[in-house]
Design a protein. Structure first.
Length: 253
């Protein structure tokens, strides 16, 4: 494959985006990384800016016209219209999305209107190798042993990271890729994938009175939901405790 059109957008000027993934010391002086609930919003903003730069170079004329027309209409009607989401499936045959977690993949699949087939490489990489930071994208060499890459196919590689930043690169296949000739981490096990990864909808517990939920109450419910990890968010009133799978930082109690 050859690469063209690399782009990088960083939102460091926005305090919320800058601090949503932040390395700092805790009260005990231990160095760690704080991941705030704003990181999904920050990722969306960074990705939107990245697509704005990349779109005119890769999208067909029909999609560009739709984007321009909607942008003008939004200015005339003071942003009362929904933003236009270009159909990126018309520009790319394959997608390698940053496998930073199930929530990230779910949100990007929904926002970009991708099918399960398009996000399969990212989900299987997360399932098999977990999250390996920046190198995660290169573990998504899933398509070649599957025999899905044809000459001329275009692939969009998307990476998200602290800052908050979004980097992307577009690749074009210069030849037909034969699965028999490929040697990578997926070669020996490609027939075993994809596997079914069940979707777990997060449930929430909300105290409707203006009394905070106590730690003991949360622990009691957590014991009843052994496969979920409690994550606490303090809201003005009432206090909400959410239970979500695959969360790295549990509540401190």
């Amino acid at each position: 494959m050859n690469s063209f059109t690399p782009f990088r957008h960083i939102e460091a000027a926005n305090d919320r985006s800058y601090k949503c993934v932040f390395q700092e010391d805790d009260k005990q002086g231990m160095v760690g990384v704080t991941l705030s609930k704003d990181h999904i919003v920050a990722a969306g903003e960074a990705l939107k800016k990245n697509i704005t730069k990349l779109g005119p170079l890769v999208l067909p004329v029909s999609e560009e016209l739709g984007f321009v027309a909607t942008s003008v209409a939004r200015k005339l009607f003071k942003n009362k219209l929904k933003p236009y989401i270009p159909d990126l499936k018309l520009a790319f045959e394959h997608f390698c999305i940053h496998p930073g977690g199930r929530a990230v993949l779910d949100e990007l699949q929904k926002s970009l209107e991708l099918t399960d087939y398009h996000v399969e490489p990212s989900r299987m990489t997360l399932y098999r190798f977990g999250y390996t930071a920046s190198s995660s994208l290169w573990y998504e060499a899933y398509l070649e042993p599957k025999g899905r890459v044809n000459k001329g196919d275009r692939l969009w590689q998307i990476r998200l990271g602290s800052g908050f930043k979004c980097s992307s690169a577009v690749w074009r296949a210069t030849r037909m890729i034969s699965p028999a000739m490929e040697k990578n981490p997926w070669t020996d096990e490609t027939e075993e994938f994809p596997v079914h990864v069940p979707k777990i909808e997060p449930c929430s517990l909300v105290e409707l009175s203006y009394k905070p939920i106590t730690s003991s109450a949360i622990q009691k419910i957590f014991r009843q939901q052994k496969n979920l990890t409690p994550v606490c968010h303090t809201l003005p009133n009432p206090v909400t405790a959410e239970f979500a799978p695959n969360v790295l930082t549990p509540c401190p109690f």
